[in-house]
Design a binder for this molecule. Sequence first.
Ligand SMILES: [Zn+2]
Length: 401
Amino acid sequence: MTRRLYYDDSLLTEFDAMVTGCVRRGDSWACTLDRSAFYPTSGGQPHDTGTIACPDGHTCSVTDVECDRDGEVWHTISEEIPSGTKVRCVIDWERRRDHMEQHGGEHLLAGAVWRHLHGTTIGLHLGKEDSTIDVSFPDGRTHLTEEEITLLEKQVNSWIRLDAPVKCYFADPSEVPGIPLRKPPTVSENIRIVQYGDFEYCACGGTHPPRSGMIGQIKILSALPSKGKVRISFVCGERAEIRLHAGFQVLKALSDALSCHWADTPDAVRTLQERNEELAKEGVRKNEIIARYEAERACRDPVICGGKKIALVLLPLDDKKFLTRFAADEAARMDMIIFAALKPTDGVSFFCICRPDSAPVDLRKIIAPLKAKGGGREEMVQGTVPIDDIRTRLAGAFLDL
Ligand SMILES: [Zn+2]
């Protein structure tokens, strides 16, 4: 059975070991060692990576580490290393440190949720960018307030600043009931207790920093409902530093663009939104004035065909919703068939044609002669149409109606 060196020293990154077995696994190999500081994927924390070097200097990368049902740790490597080979192993420290920061922060966050809100943490997922825990509350709640999120974050960061010692040890089963664990152990033997200062006690087989200060800091990103629980997303350590730095750079760019202090950015954005809404309303009012003017002008000079009068209104606008409403309103107001089209793109315009009750023609019949694409009802048709020579084609389309 592999002796797990990380149980006693989570900072150990280089160690000597002997290969005790090596088997082929598809295109790669997996070996066991008599002793290993490589952490196998478990408890939501991903495995370590690193290298295993043979005495002849040949080095294999360790790309995966897993633990079998018997507790043996298997290291995935690209080549076979015969049993009995004495090897020198190196752990990728950056990856391990990052995992310990997230994992350690998770313990404190789960401890704070338990202490202040009586929530029980169900699981940890340590992702490539963010980590999450799912928390179940006695009252079944699925939300946290901003004040509660702030309380949790402050509590965890104050525990981190205490730089309290982190003690990891295997407890005798008879001792366990006397330890203030925030949740019962999931195993009945080899119970490993992890204790942060005197404020967080949990049974855990993971890698932990020797002191809480090494976690650096926590930033809670969100707390959202998830299958009857609350899923809290967070980052710790260097990830938190990077995230907060990036966030402040964005805030600084925004406050520079808005010429305000960074703390006033939300108010400045709100003011800008209100101004935009006013401008949009003003734009609609101006469009209506222009459109009404164009409609009246078109009604004075209609296309006349087969005893019908059609007002041809070309609007220098780009608002389909407005055009549809406008054509219907004007047809009723001016008591005339209104053909209205918007500013063309590549010679093609969006159009809408409406008729008043006094001109009972089926407007759907003009789509083909107009060379238009679209459809609608007897009294209203819309779509797209080539705009060149539209007056002539419009007259032709109404000839047979
Ligand atoms: Zn742990």
